[in-house]
Each structure stands twice: as C-alpha cells, then as structure tokens.
Unconditional design. Sequence first.
Length: 532
Amino acid sequence: MPVSRRSFIHAVGAAGGYGAAFTAMQALGLLTPTSAFAGAPPDLAKGGGGKGAKVVILGAGVAGMAAAWELGKAGYDCTILEARARTGGRVWTVRRGDAIEMTDGSRQVCAFDEGQYMNAGAARLPSHHQIVLGYCRELGVELEVEVNSSRSALLLNTEANGGKPIQMRTAINDTRGHVSELLAKAINKGALDQELTADDKQRMVAFLKTYGDLSPDLLYKGSQRSGLRIEPGAGDEKATPFDPVSLKALLDEDLWNGVLFEEVIDMQATMFQPKGGMDAIPHAFAKALGPKIIKRQCEVRQIRKTASGGVRVAYRDKVAGKDLTIDADYCLSTIPLPVLAGIDADFSPAYKAAIARTPYRDAIKIAWQAPRFWEGPKYQIYGGLSFVKGPTNMVWYPSYGLHSKTGVILGAYTGGPAATELARLPRAAQIEHTRKIIEAMHPGCGKLLEKPMQVQWAAVPYSLGIGVGWASEDEPDYHLLGQPDGPIHFAGEYLSHVGAWQEGAIRSAHRAIVMLDAQHRKGSPVTAQRTI
C-alpha cells in the first residue's frame, strides 16, 4: 500500500519530533534547505503558506518583526505584543528628549543637540551579515560606512609607557617590525632549519624584510608606517618617522585585544550603519508591518497552552489600562530569557528550568557630547576606537557628521566581567571615570565633555542584559530551547552562534518560523476562536 508524503511526515514527526519532520520535509523538497539561511530569508509561501493560522509573537525586536514579516508573506495572521512604547529591543537609539529609565527607578533625559544621537545597543553592521543587510535593501534603510578602526586612534594603559597613550599605527607597525626582526634573526641562526628548506628560508627572510619594514641588515629601526614626527612638505621638508617604541614597552602596554580588534571577523572593514541611527532598521520593520500587527505597550503577564493545541497569552495594555488575552495557534517568544523567566508560563519543566538558569551578560555604554577635538590637527581621528586598559574598555568616536561642530563620543563600552566591575561604582562615578580616561588620552579635552548619558543593560527594563552568557556553544539548554515546546517556539540572539548581533537574532527567528511552518503543515490543529 503506497504511503502519502503527509502520512510519512506524520510518522517521522511522531517518532522524532518536529525537528525530524522538518528535516524530512527538506529532503522531500517541501522546504527551503537550511543552507538558504546563510543568504536569504526562508520562502515559506512555496510550501502552501499559513492559510490564516494565527501566530502571537512576543517582542518587537528585530527577531520578532522579521518573523512577522516573513510569516505574513506566507499567509499567517500575526500579532506582536511589545511591552515598550518603542520597537527594536536591543536596537535603541537615544536622542534629545528621550528618557533612559532603569529598573532602579533612575531616569536620565537626553539633552544632546538636535541631530546628535547615541546608539545605546546595536551600533554597527558587518558586511558579511547579509541577512540584516538584505532587510536594509528590502525595506529601504539607507546605509553609510561606519569607520570601525582608525590607525590614528590610541591605546592607553595608565600604568605603562609613563601613562602616555600610544597611537594605533605605532603599536601595530612597531610590533610587526620587532617580531619580524626577531624571526629573521632566528631563521639566520638556524633555529628553523627543521621546518624550512634553504630556499624557504631565503624567501621567508625576504618576506619579513617587507612585512616588518626591516633595514638591509634585517634590523627594525623604525618605519613611516608607524607615524611621522615630521610630515613631508615642500622644499627640504622630508618625511621623518618617529623613533620606534621598544618591544618591552609594547609588551607592557598589554592591549593586544585592541591592536588585533579589526582582525576579528565581525569587526573587519567594511562596516556599516544606518544614516541617522541604528533604530532606522526597527522603524522600517514597524512601518512595513503597521500598527494592526504591532501592539505596543502590551506587557505579557501569562502564557498558557490550550486544550485545542494552541496557546493563550494574557497581557496588560498599559495605555488602555486593561487586562486582555489573545488566543493563537502558535506562539513565538523573542522575549529575553531573564524577562521570560519572570512571566507566569506553563512551559514544560525542562524548558522552564533552562530559561530560569540561562545567564545573561551585562554591558555599559557612557556617551558624551563634545566639540570634535579628536578630528583636529593634533589627533586626526575620524571614527574608530581607542582602547584603554581598565573596565571602561574603549573610547569610540562617531563616524557621522565629520567636521561638524559637535559629536557624541563614547567614553565607555564594556561588557561581561568588566561591566560588572564598572557597575560597582555609582552612575555618577562611572561617568566621571570616563571623563578622566578621555582626559588621559586627550589632555585638556576632558573639560569639553558635556551632557553625559549612561546605559546599563542589566538594568534596562524588558531586557535585563545585553546577551546570553553561556560558557560553551554546546550548552545543552541551547539545543533544548532551539526546539518548540508544543505550540511555543523561541527565538533571539541566544539561539544563534553569531552572538549579540542583529544578524544572530534574525537568523534564529528564521530557523524558528521554518520549524513553525513545518509544524503547521504537519497538521497541528487550528484554534477555533481568536480574540484580541
């Protein structure tokens, strides 16, 4: 007796769960292959679409809105419940008049000049994050280059080099020169005879001479690559490099993460940012979806599975002052796990335990408005980051508005244990500490800083952290939460290997909606009544 594809998929799902059914449907050509996640959103409409099935999505961050956008194309009836008045989640741009309110009850009101802004969360887009860049193309988000690294930027360890900063180009090229000299000496003394042939040695030394800008006698005596003490000009004004910084001083500086920062795959040029602030991305999603889909200031209070196989979500409409419920066939939760852990939900015990124990990292950003002293003749820094030894981690210069009157400079952007250390100080002391760091990097400029704003993500309502803090990518809870708990699916940066980037959040949402679609077409019952 022949077996229909539908019966076969039912059997596979019964034996191995939705993940197995999902894989089987891929093999039968009924779903876009997983590899498609790397370059484009899943095309759910090819499989027959949602046919009006109701999906309630918890959270209007980029994961939730991307999910609603793609599910809507396939015919699903989506509603997003968002507790905040704004969309975007960790994509948050702060401008003049905006308030930063923390769970400790504190409130800061932004006084930046018109046109100035602080990206409190997401602030850059790597060129290989093609999912989020694809949505920028699709939704008409205008981009500009984000200058993520500048060789004019500085490295500062107040306990090394007499407390004076070292220019990035100096640290990078003097280190390269010293290491090249040492390796060339080692080769010529026969230390690598077991690894290199005579021809290889000759070629390797020739490479090191070029790579490290060594002298003919294979010594590093300084390089114009490291910066110029005298700039070239007319007449007798010849370029004269600085004397090289000693290798000992560079080792004492102990800022190799800063030196190698632009080599990290997610930090390599070219980087982008939306014009006018990163929130242009959630604004574009919100405009495309519309207010009928996104219900703002609706705080989820309870999540329940229903006898019909669907889900019921109770929420508080904070504007109307009413407690309401919504019934749906499926739920996609993009709520950060520390927040989700505090919501009354009848998740299966294993899921509830995984949600409750998942750690989240803190992150702190502190921004100042100031005249653009960093762009002047003394520093010549146009965008990029300077790095500091200590809990504030870095000073970040704006990439927009070059040569305009003022700009917003970050005096701190730090995460993990460093953020925990910085958070031990009162907010005012944190802010003042960043002034002192900027003064140490740019003497005389600390007094120019004004209108500071501080964001601590562990204290941001409805976030309670910047991203997951799992110690290993093989964390069992990662794999568990990557599968649905009945009609309830999960998505967010914590379910991707990309990290706390928009790309990771959206990729996890794409994976979840493909599984949801497979679950729906497998024959999950549709709830009879839906109320909003």
